[in-house]
Design a protein around this ligand. Structure first.
Ligand code: ATP
Length: 596
C-alpha cells in the first residue's frame, strides 16, 4: 500500500487531504480544548517578550545607575513571569496529552470498526502484520507526535513570532541582518524532508515485514523445532532487524542534518549582529546603546532554540505524514459485501438454499464454478464431497456471502441472499469448521464467546452435548494457551461444536467437523452432530465418506463441476466417482485395521 512520493514541497496534495481529514474528524470536536492550549502557549510566548523588555530595563537601571529598589522590582517581576511559564508548562502537556490520546483513541476505534466491516477477501490478501502495524505502532507514534511534538512546535512557533515581532519593532535593521541566512535554512530543510519521507516509508515497510516474520516464527514453532530450523529462523529474523537498523540509521542521519545547519546559521547570525551591532553602537550617528545590543542578542538566543525545534518539527512532521497516510489508506477501503438499500430480514432461514446457475472464481483467470446448480433442502442434510480443491469450502463461503457470486444467484427461502441483511443471513448459520478461533482463555470462556449472554446452564448443556464438559471440569479456569496451543485438535473441534450447540442457528454447516477425532470420539460426536442438526438444514463437507453416508442428498464435485448427485445408495449403485472414492476409502480403512 506504499505510495511513491515525488521530491517536492513540504506538503503534497495527499498530505494536505490527510491532515484536513484528521483535523475535521478528530480535532475539530475538541476546538474548545485546542483554544485553551493555544491561549496558554500564546501566554508563554508573551512571557519571553516581557522578560526581554524587563531585561532591557534592568540593564538600563544598571548602566544608568538607577535605584536598588527598581532593580529588585524588576527581579521579582522576572521571577513571577517564569513561575507563570512553569505552571503553564505543566498544564499544556497535560491538556494536550488528553486531547491527542482521545483523538487517537477515536481514530483507532473507527479503524477497528472499519476493519470489521471489510470483506473476508481483504484479510485473505493482507498480511496481519500490516494491520497490526497500523493499529498499534503507527497509531501510537502519531498520538505522541500530535500530543507532544505538535503542541510544543506551536508553542515554539508562537514564541518565535512574538519575540521576533518585538525584536523587529526594536531593531528592524539588525533583525533584517539576522534573517539573511533564512533561504539557506529553508533549502536544506526541503531536501532533508524529502529523504526523511523516503526513509520513513521504507522503514514502515520493513517493520511490517519484521512483524510478519515474528508471527510466522511463533505460529510455526512446533514445525521449526521438529525440523531443527531454529538457526534458519534466527538468521531470517536477524536479517530483518538488520534492515530496520540500516533504514533507521539513514532516517535519523537525514534528520540529524537539521541541527548542525541551524547551529552554523546561528553562529553566522551572532557574528553579524555582534559585528554590525558593535559598529553601530560605536558610531555616534546611530541612536543605539549597549543595552539595546545585549537585549537584542538575548532575544536572538531566546528565539533560536524554539526556532531550531520548529525546524526539527517540520522534519519529523514528514515522517508522521507517512504514518498518517498509511493509516488513512484503510479508511478509503470500502466493503463490497454490504446491505442493499432495501435489504430485508424478512425471510425463513429454514427454507431451501438454492444455487441457481452460479458463476464464481477467486480471480478472473481462475474461474471455479460455471453455471453451478444445487439445492440444499430446508430441514434436510446435504453433503458435499469431492477431491481436494474441488470447491467445497467455496460453496460454504458463497452461502454466507463471504464472497459474492459473479453470475447467477443463491436464494434462501426463494429470496436472493443479496437482498437479505448480511447480519441476519449470517445469524442463520452455525459453523463447525477446521479453522477454529480459540482465545487464550478457559474452555468455558471460549464456548461463551459465540453468545456472551448465554446462561451458565445453557453453556453446560452445550458442553455436555459436545462431549467436552469433563475436560472443562478437569481444567477449570486454566487458559488454553495462545490459539489453543495446549489443546489437541479434537478438543478444539469439540469447542467449535459446543459453540454451534450454544448458537443454535437454523442452518448448520459442518466443514470437516469430525476430521480431528479418533474413531471412538468421532462416533460420539457424530451422534451429537446428528442431535445438533435435528430438524435443521445441515450442510456437511467431508473427505471422509463414512460421515456423509446418512445424508439425504449428496453432491459430488470435481474441479468446480457437479459430477454426481443422489443418496448414498443411489450413488453407490451408479458406480461412478462417489462409489470409487467410497470403496477406496473403505479399503484403505480396512487395511489400516488389518495392519493394527
Ligand atoms: N481465498 C482464496 N483465494 C484464491 N483462491 C482460493 C481461495 N480459497 C480457495 N482458493 C482456490 O479455490 C479452489 C477451491 O478451493 P476450496 O477451498 O473451495 O476447495 P475444497 O474443495 O474445500 O478443498 P479442500 O478439500 O482441500 O479443503 C482451490 O483451487 C483453491 O486453491
Amino acid at each position: 500500500m506504499a505510495k511513491t512520493r515525488k521530491k517536492g514541497p513540504l506538503f503534497t496534495p495527499v498530505d494536505k487531504v490527510n491532515i484536513g481529514w484528521f483535523f475535521r474528524k478528530y480535532l475539530r470536536p475538541k476546538l474548545g480544548w485546542l483554544g485553551l492550549i493555544f491561549v496558554l502557549i500564546l501566554a508563554q510566548g508573551v512571557v519571553y517578550q516581557q522578560f526581554l523588555a524587563m531585561t532591557e530595563e534592568g540593564l538600563r537601571v544598571i548602566f544608568d545607575s538607577g535605584t536598588i529598589r527598581e532593580l529588585l522590582i524588576i527581579c521579582a517581576m522576572v521571577f513571577g513571569l517564569f513561575t507563570f511559564r512553569a505552571v503553564t508548562s505543566y498544564v499544556v502537556p497535560r491538556v494536550s496529552a488528553i486531547v491527542a490520546n482521545d483523538a487517537i483513541y477515536q481514530m483507532r476505534r473507527d479503524l477497528i470498526a472499519r476493519l470489521m466491516r471489510l470483506d473476508l477477501a481483504f484479510f485473505e490478501r493482507t498480511p496481519s502484520s500490516e494491520v497490526i502495524l497500523r493499529l498499534y505502532r503507527q497509531a501510537d507514534q502519531l498520538g505522541l507526535f500530535i500530543g507532544q511534538s505538535t503542541v510544543n512546535a506551536a508553542r515554539d512557533a508562537l514564541t518565535v513570532i512574538i519575540v521576533s515581532a518585538w525584536l523587529i519593532w526594536q531593531q528592524p535593521f539588525l533583525f533584517g541582518v539576522s534573517i539573511l541566512v533564512m533561504p539557506v535554512i529553508i533549502g536544506i530543510m526541503l531536501v532533508t524532508s524529502h529523504f526523511v519521507k523516503k526513509f520513513q516509508q521504507s522503514a514502515e515497510d520493513s517493520f511490517g515485514a519484521y512483524i510478519n516474520d515474528i508471527e510466522e516464527m511463533t505460529g510455526g514453532m512446533r514445525t521449526v523445532k521438529i525440523a531443527g530450523q531454529e538457526e534458519v529462523e534466527q538468521a531470517r529474523l536477524t536479517e530483518a532487524t538488520g534492515l530496520i537498523k540500516r533504514l533507521l540509521i539513514r532516517l535519523q542521519t537525514a534528520q540529524a542534518v537539521v541541527m548542525p545547519t541551524l547551529d552554523m546559521a546561528s553562529a553566522i547570525v551572532y557574528m553579524l549582529v555582534i559585528g554590525i551591532g558593535g559598529y553601530i553602537v560605536l558610531d555616534p550617528a546611530y541612536d543605539v546603546d549597549g543595552a539595546d545590543i545585549v537585549t537584542f542578542l538575548l532575544g536572538l538566543v531566546i528565539v533560536f532554540d524554539p526556532a531550531r525545534r520548529v525546524a526539527q518539527f517540520f522534519v519529523t512532521l514528514q515522517a508522521n505524514l507517512i504514518l498518517l497516510g498509511s493509516i488513512r489508506d484503510y479508511y478509503t477501503l470500502e466493503p463490497t459485501i454490504k446491505d442493499a438499500p432495501d435489504a430485508t430480514d424478512d425471510f425463513d432461514p429454514r427454507g431451501d438454499l438454492v444455487f441457481e446457475d452460479v458463476t464464481f472464481g477467486y480471480s478472473d483467470d481462475q474461474p471455479l464454478f460455471h453455471g453451478l446448480n444445487l439445492t440444499l433442502t430446508g430441514g434436510k442434510t446435504t453433503a458435499i464431497v469431492g477431491s481436494t480443491g474441488s470447491g467445497k469450502t467455496t460453496i460454504l463461503s458463497l452461502l454466507a456471502r463471504l464472497y459474492e457470486v459473479q453470475g447467477g444467484a443463491i436464494t434462501l427461502d426463494g429470496k436472493d441472499i443479496r437482498s437479505l441483511k448480511v447480519r441476519a443471513l449470517r445469524n442463520s448459520f452455525s459453523v463447525v469448521a477446521q479453522d477454529i478461533v480459540i482465545f487464550n482463555k478457559s474452555i468455558w470462556e471460549n464456548i461463551r464467546y459465540i453468545r456472551p449472554d448465554a446462561t451458565e446452564d445453557e453453556i453446560w448443556e452445550a458442553a455436555e452435548n459436545a462431549e467436552i464438559a469433563d475436560l472443562i471440569r478437569r481444567r477449570g479456569d486454566a487458559p488454553v494457551g495462545p490459539k489453543g496451543a495446549q489443546l489437541s485438535g479434537g478438543q478444539k473441534q469439540r469447542i467449535a461444536i459446543a459453540r454451534a450447540f450454544l448458537r443454535d442457528a437454523p442452518i448448520v454447516i459442518l466443514d470437516e467437523a469430525t476430521s480431528a477425532l479418533d474413531q471412538q470420539t468421532e462416533d460420539r460426536i457424530t451422534r451429537a452432530l446428528a442431535r445438533l442438526g435435528d430438524g435443521k438444514t445441515t450442510i456437511t463437507v467431508a473427505h471422509r465418506m463414512s460421515t456423509v453416508k446418512a445424508a439425504d442428498q449428496i453432491y459430488v464435485l470435481e474441479s468446480g463441476k457437479l459430477v454426481e448427485q443422489g443418496t448414498h445408495a443411489t450413488l453407490i449403485a451408479q458406480g461412478g466417482l462417489y462409489a470409487t472414492m467410497f470403496t477406496a476409502q473403505r479399503d484403505g480403512f480396512d487395511r489400516e485395521k488389518a495392519d493394527d
